[in-house]
Design a protein around this ligand. Structure first.
Ligand code: ADP
Ligand code: ZN
Length: 525
């Protein structure tokens, strides 16, 4: 009996006629004993990359997975395809677990899904050693490999100990898989799992059918209403807000205007959440107003829009959250609005938490990358993908910057005025006060601090309040000013402000659209 080929297994066992993307190369590489790191967006087809090698190689494949629900799903699916698969995790009682172990040792299994804490027990590692001695270990698959990263949201300390697989079973091929693809996470996976010699397979993370748009927040509810009316009547979509309270208020506000909107956040009881989730999945045109608690594992292909009424935490969050739109490959919109006030609030939140300084620094960098993206005038697809280390030619025709290029203006003079105003007022005031000084407005606050005496008082009358607000938003996003660590949100100069103050560098800023007339909320105080 000759052994079947990968193609035969693909069609005979899984019922598919063709491999997708790099699946075939990955299957060949792992089947022939190589280590691999696979980066593929959610839904890209990662499972087959280890399931087919598991069937091609002698022995059993051990699949490490962090989520019980996910293991159960996979095993269920495999059993329906007549593949001998089981899982071992805390959901099994002792007897059922023993049963699985004995089937494992009898060579009856082709795939065993196991929780990391179970795999790392000495007892289980001993079983693996016995299998190895019989040449019955096909491979190790480490799913959701980004769980080794301390900086991600899914950090699992046990994942770091999986390096033991390399140390104790160096001859067994390992394949690590994840949908979280930014360069720092990738580097951490390689280092923590000792995958320096693994071949990397990086699928494109481009989502060409999603039109990315970013706008300035001035009157969020009216803007949202206008967006929905103009583009997404009767469409299903998700509206992300930062707080539970805002989720509730926004959902009620939309309902009152006739939209089929439901709230979703971790503060609702389980039954309500499940009910709303079911309605979102089954009914047509439901708008889920939600915190980030909503979305993980939600597989609804026809989500036509994802709105961010507040900034996500990072580019990865933005990519993951917007990525829930348009899974069916039909056109979908990712629309985000933000203001200087949001930026200041986010920075304060990051600074005031009780995380370590290292962690705060990394989170600040992540937020900065996102702000850079917001203010960028370059193609959004290109900017998103560059963050994940992927090259995109730009000119996508599917983002605000490509569809209507932003005008820019030489703002060097204005930025110097703003920076010098920050300096002269002692680097402790928010944009609201600074703009009053620049525009020469007499306020009680200005009188109190005697700021009408400053050389910068009134030097910026040529720009409107609105224009100054845009200048401050962009230079905060661009890193020329930073938000004070203490609670007040005052702005101070960064190193990068120096060459501009000295007249050594020019600054071009984006011209905000004329339609934005309402006043932006500032970080006052
Ligand atoms: P991921 O783990 O990357 O999120 P999955 O492995 O769950 O993705 O695959 C997503 C879906 O795509 C599944 O329904 C799977 O059966 C399907 N799929 C994967 N590979 C192929 C293929 N070569 N042809 C057709 N469908 C596929
Ligand atoms: Zn573009």
């Amino acid at each position: 009996m000759s052994s079947p080929s990968a193609e035969q297994i693909l069609s005979d066992v899984f019922g598919y006629s063709d491999f997708r993307g790099e699946q075939q190369k990955i299957v060949e590489h792992v089947s022939s004993g190589g280590d691999a790191l696979v980066l593929m967006p959610t839904g890209g087809g990662k499972s087959l990359c280890y399931q087919i090698p598991a069937l091609l190689r002698p022995g059993v494949a051990i699949v490490v997975s962090p989520l019980i629900a996910l293991m159960q799903d996979q095993v269920e699916t495999l059993k329906q395809l007549d593949v001998q698969a089981e899982f071992l995790n805390s959901s099994l009682d002792a007897r059922a677990a023993r049963e699985v172990s004995s089937r494992l040792m009898n060579g009856e299994l082709k795939l065993l899904y196991v929780a990391p804490e179970r795999l790392l027990t000495e007892g289980f590692l001993n079983l693996l050693e016995r299998l190895l001695a019989r040449e019955s270990l096909a491979l190790f698959a480490i799913d959701e490999a980004h769980c080794v990263s301390q900086w991600g949201h899914d950090f699992r300390p046990e994942y770091r100990e999986l390096i033991v697989l390399h140390q104790r079973f160096p001859s067994v091929p390992r394949i690590a898989l994840t949908a979280t693809a930014d360069a720092p996470t990738r580097a951490e996976i390689i280092e923590r799992l000792a995958l320096e010699n693994a071949r990397q397979f990086i699928a494109s993370f481009d989502r060409p059918n999603i039109c990315y748009r970013v706008a300035i927040k001035n009157n969020p509810r009216q803007q949202l209403q206008a967006f929905l009316e103009a583009e997404h009547v009767n469409d299903a979509g998700i509206v992300y807000c930062l707080s539970r309270k805002k989720v509730e208020e926004t959902a009620i506000w939309l309902q009152a205007r006739g939209w089929k909107a439901l709230p979703y956040h971790a503060g609702l009881d389980n039954a309500t959440r499940n009910q709303y989730q079911r309605r979102f999945l089954r009914e047509e045109g439901v708008i889920m107003v939600a915190t980030v608690a909503f979305g993980m594992g939600i597989d609804k292909p026809n989500v036509r829009f994802v709105v961010h009424l507040d900034l996500p935490k990072s580019m990865e969050s933005y990519y993951q959250e917007t990525g829930r739109a348009g899974r069916d490959s039909l056109p979908a919109t990712a629309w985000m609005i933000y203001s200087l006030g949001d930026v200041v609030a986010m920075r304060q939140m990051l600074n005031s938490g009780d995380a370590s300084e290292d962690r705060k620094r990394i989170e600040r960098q992540k937020l900065d990358a996102l702000l850079g993206f917001c203010e960028s005038t370059a193609c959004r697809h290109q900017t998103v993908l560059r963050y994940f280390g992927e090259v995109h030619p730009g000119n996508c025709g599917q983002c605000d910057n490509c569809l209507c290029p932003a005008d820019t203006w030489d703002a060097t003079e204005a930025v110097r005025m703003a920076l010098s105003c920050v300096y002269r007022t002692g680097q402790r005031f928010g944009a609201g006060h600074l703009i009053d000084v620049l525009r020469g407005k007499m306020t009680p606050q200005i009188e109190k601090f005697n700021h009408q005496q400053l050389s910068t008082f009134g030097i910026g009358k040529a720009l409107t309040q609105q224009q100054w607000s845009s200048v401050f938003r962009q230079i905060v996003a661009g890193g020329l000013l930073q938000v004070e660590i203490e609670a007040y949100g005052g702005l101070n100069l960064t190193e990068e402000a120096r060459p501009i103050l000295r007249g050594e560098r020019k600054v071009w800023l984006r011209q905000d659209q004329e339609t934005i007339r309402h006043t932006t909320s500032h970080a006052e105080r």
